[in-house]
Every structure is written in C-alpha cells, then in structure tokens.
Design a protein around this ligand. Structure first.
Ligand SMILES: Nc1ncnc2c1ncn2[C@@H]1O[C@H](COP(=O)(O)OP(=O)(O)OP(=O)(O)O)[C@@H](O)[C@H]1O
Length: 272
C-alpha cells in the first residue's frame, strides 16, 4: 500500500503518541543470574503505572534499566521514544531511588538549589532556578520546612525532598522506587494524592514500585512481577474481574497459583 503522507517518516518509537516505555524481550543479567527474563510490556503516557511484586522479583532492576543505570541489559527498551540511557533523556526523567538521596547538612532549599544548579547551570538561569526550586518545594508540601536542615526532617519529609529533587525540570517520566516505604498511612495517602496531581496537572507519566499490594488499587495500570517475569499487565479493575477476586492482592495470589500450577516452580514467595 502506498503512503502519501508528507514529512519525515514516523516510527512507532518516535511518534509523540508512542508509549512512555516500550520493552520487548528485555533481559538483564546480574552476577550469574538472569534477573529479568525476556519482558514484553508498555507503559502508557500520562498515567500512573504501578510495578508490584515480592521483594527480589526485579522491580529495582527494571527501574534502573529504564533510567539507564543498569548494566547487561539486552533486548529492546525504548523510553520516551529513545533507547534507554540516551543522553537526551537525562533531563526528561526524574528518578527517586529507595534510599532518599539528600544532604543532611543542607536545608531543604539548599538541597534543591544544589541539584537545580546541576540541571540548569549559569548565572543567567538564577531566577528560573529559584522559581523552579520554590515550585518543587511547594509541590511536595514542604514550604513551611524550606529552611529546615534535611537531617532534622522525618523519614516521610526526607522522602518528599527526594521527590522534589526529581520534580525539578518538570520531567515527563517519573520513576519512583518504593517511595512510600516506611511511611505512615496518612503520609502514604498524601503522597499518592500528590502522584495523581502530578499525572493530572502535568500530564506526566509515573512508574511507581511497591511491594505493598493495597497501593496497587491507587494505580491506573499495573505490572505485576514475579521472579523476573511479568505476571500481569492490566488495570486493577480488569485484574479483579479476570480472576474473580475482590482485591488486587487476591488477584495477584490467584495469578501466582496459576503460574505455579502451569510451571511448577520450586518455591512460592510471600506477598507482604
Ligand atoms: N549485584 C547483584 N548481583 C547479583 N544479583 C543481584 C545483584 N543485585 C540484585 N541482585 C538480585 O537481583 C534480583 C532482583 O533484585 P531487585 O533489587 O531488582 O529486586 P526488587 O524487586 O527491587 O526487590 P526489593 O523489593 O526488595 O527492593 C534479586 O534476586 C537480587 O538478589
């Protein structure tokens, strides 16, 4: 069939409507172990996708692959239309690791000023940096603590400083590795509300990992992982309907049992 459209050819990857993440036959080896085993999935733009599964199933490894910090990645992994790890992606992705990466001897504002200066350097950008920092601090609801030393903050507040750093530069894709771990239920709820605001107001894509299954209910879509494989890739509603379960946790356990019956693996993980 002839194609009469003008302009440069668009591939599925560089088209603006391309998914935020596209993986095909994605495999990662760590040490002597194959930690990710031929994953095929897509993460749609503008939504919150939860990456859920038991401890050690490969969530952090997948996130590191997406942000381009993981070695020994093979297969296809495109992020925002470019190969994962491409230099042009650095300013387009915000990444928060499991351990909050903040300097205890700096205030909240000084922490953000430091990272803002790395992202957007030079005197000419000083005013823009100041605005971006003030905005990011407000986004995570820490304005009243802006001049407090990070070392004097609670665990939840420190997590929010890390998130504020990731929000600098208004990234299109936010990759958050277990951002609610160790937080009390109120802070967890507030943080999830913030994730939804970020997705709705900015059109940002969020990929959020957790091993707490009740957080799955708060996501638009879910990637359920187990032993380096994707067990399910769907909406929470679809997963519940498909398995006849009341909760995503029950749906996940149902799918694990099905996988065990089909493949008879040697052990069965617990889902916390
Ligand atoms: N440096 C390493 N060398 C070899 N294996 C590793 C290394 N780092 C991690 N692994 C293994 O890779 C697997 C996946 O680890 P990963 O940290 O991605 O899991 P996770 O799902 O994020 O776990 P958690 O929820 O506990 O953070 C684990 O079985 C782990 O033991």
């Amino acid at each position: 069939m002839m194609n009469y459209s003008s302009g440069p050819p668009t591939t599925p990857q560089n088209h603006p409507a391309a998914p935020a993440v596209h993986a095909a036959a994605l495999t990662v080896v760590r040490g002597i172990r194959q930690v990710l085993r031929g994953l095929d999935f897509e993460v749609p733009r503008g939504q919150i996708t939860g990456l859920l599964g038991p401890s050690g199933c490969g969530k952090s490894t997948l996130m590191r692959s997406i942000v381009g910090t993981q070695a020994k990645v093979t297969g296809t992994l495109d992020v925002l239309g470019l190969p994962a790890g491409h230099a042009a992606l650095r300013s387009r992705i915000g990444y928060v690791t499991q351990a909050p990466s903040v300097y205890d001897d700096l205030t909240v504002r000084q922490n953000l000023d430091y990272f803002a200066a790395i992202l957007d350097s030079g005197r000419a950008a000083a005013e823009r940096r100041h605005e971006n920092v003030t905005h990011a601090i407000a986004d995570v609801d820490l304005t009243s603590h802006a001049e407090a030393l990070a070392g004097n903050l609670s665990g939840g507040q420190r997590s929010r400083v890390s998130l504020a750093v990731a929000l600098l530069g208004t990234p299109e894709l936010l990759v958050l590795d277990e951002p609610t771990v160790g937080l009390d239920p109120v802070l967890r709820r507030d943080l999830w509300q913030l994730f939804h605001t970020i997705a709705a107001d900015r059109g940002a894509t969020l990929l959020v990992s957790s091993h707490v299954m009740d957080e799955a209910e708060r996501c638009h879509r879910l990637l359920l992982m187990r032993e380096g494989e994707i067990l399910a890739d769907d909406t929470p509603d679809a997963l519940r309907n498909q398995t006849g379960a009341d909760t995503v946790e029950a749906a996940f356990l149902h799918l694990v049992d099905e996988a065990i019956a089909a493949g008879n693996p040697s052990r069965k993980e617990s889902v916390r």
